[in-house]
Design a protein around this ligand. Structure first.
Ligand SMILES: CC(C)(COP(=O)(O)OP(=O)(O)OC[C@H]1O[C@@H](n2cnc3c(N)ncnc32)[C@H](O)[C@@H]1OP(=O)(O)O)[C@@H](O)C(=O)NCCC(=O)NCCS
Length: 330
């Protein structure tokens, strides 16, 4: 009987725009303070993409870095998945644009729209194709230009978001790799965070623009409550499948929406706060790209070593959520 194939992350890369937007600069744009933003969210600054830089540009940069890290070329890639809620355009998919930019073969390429959980959903999909032997190498990219859908006059949202991209190359591994996946969604709570217009329900009109319906609308305090419970439950879902206890996890790499959410999740999981990787102060919430960039940086900083078990954990618009245990195999 042939042995079950294992799939793991064999290369990582990120792209962060150079322009920094600090809390002090936001103080000049809306009625807020550095002190409010830091204490309520943990964010000190975020990155903003150039006006000529779209999501696919950032995604391609992150993917190039991940390919280099994996010691592979664009020609080696058999599948491209881009997780984004800020695609360059409705179609073609951003993944197709990235395929072209990288010079990949005519391999399947598609986007997934699951907001902040997108990196985990993307890895979960690629994992199936690789373990089944259908494809050998997949690129999973999470990229967002949230600055393009942020209402810069709304203090309750504009202080939160930033731009960036993270990418992973997935391929067969001998040991470890992706050990468990727990995904979920609840469309009943979709109204809590959404971008109302621009689609078939409310096509763009002068009125929809005047009403600012092309920007992210969010019920922050309601989301906050759900985020803590859902992220902790998703994490339990992924660890309990393996009979693991929280202590068996070396590092949790969460979606970075709010430092208070993450501290509450740690408490609920019975983890000390040092086991939760944080980079929210530098980047804010980059939706799908947040957990991807956090993973890249945690590995680059030496926080994860071969044989360590890490937990990816995210929650976002949809609502959607996902958690995944990975045994690091590099
Ligand atoms: C958005 C968030 C930071 C707001 O923090 P909060 O403690 O819940 O704050 P509230 O929304 O209850 O607002 C408290 C007060 O601060 C004010 N406020 C909101 N944004 C502010 C800002 N940037 N600066 C100063 N005051 C602000 C509100 O107007 C409100 O004032 P009021 O009491 O006079 O009405 C928090 O709710 C959050 O992080 N939610 C989850 C976000 C999330 O998970 N997003 C998407 C999923 S990825």
């Amino acid at each position: 009987m042939s042995e079950q194939k294992r799939c793991g992350i064999i290369g990582l890369g990120r792209y962060i725009p150079t322009k920094v937007l600090t809390n002090k600069e936001l103080e000049k744009m809306v009625d807020t303070t550095d002190e409010w933003i830091v204490t309520r969210t943990g964010i000190k600054e975020r990155r903003i993409a150039r006006s000529d830089e779209a999501t696919s540009d950032m995604a391609a940069e992150a993917a190039r870095a991940a390919l280099k890290d994996a010691n592979l070329t664009a020609n080696d890639i058999d599948l491209i998945i881009v997780a984004t809620i800020t695609p360059d355009m409705f179609f073609p998919a951003t993944a197709c644009l990235v395929q072209d930019k990288l010079g990949c073969r005519t391999v399947p390429a598609f986007d997934i729209s699951v907001a902040c959980s997108g990196f985990i959903y993307g890895i979960a999909i690629a994992d199936q194709f690789i373990r089944s032997g259908t494809y050998k190498h997949a690129l999973v990219i999470a990229a967002e230009k949230l600055s393009s859908v942020t209402d810069w006059s709304d203090r309750s949202t504009c202080v939160l978001f930033g731009d960036g991209a993270g990418a992973a190359v997935l391929g067969p591994v001998k040991d470890g790799g992706i050990l468990s996946v727990s995904l979920g969604a609840n469309g009943k709570q979709g109204d809590l965070i959404k971008l109302p217009a621009g689609g078939s329900r409310i096509p763009p009109t002068v009125k929809s623009i005047e009403d600012k319906l092309h920007f992210i609308k969010m019920n922050g305090s309601e989301l906050f409550k759900h985020a803590v419970r859902i992220m902790a439950d998703a994490a339990l879902g992924a660890t309990q499948q393996l009979g693991l206890k929280a202590d068996d996890i070396k590092l949790v790499i969460p979606h970075q929406a709010n430092i208070r959410i993450l501290k509450a999740v740690a408490k609920r999981m019975g983890l000390t706060e040092d086991k939760i990787y944080l980079n929210i102060e530098k980047y804010g919430n980059m939706s799908a790209a947040s957990s991807a960039v956090a993973l890249v940086e945690a590995v680059q900083e030496g926080r994860i070593k071969k044989g360590d078990k890490l937990l990816l954990d995210a929650f976002g618009g949809g609502l959607t959520w996902g958690a995944m245990v990975i045994e690091w195999s590099r």
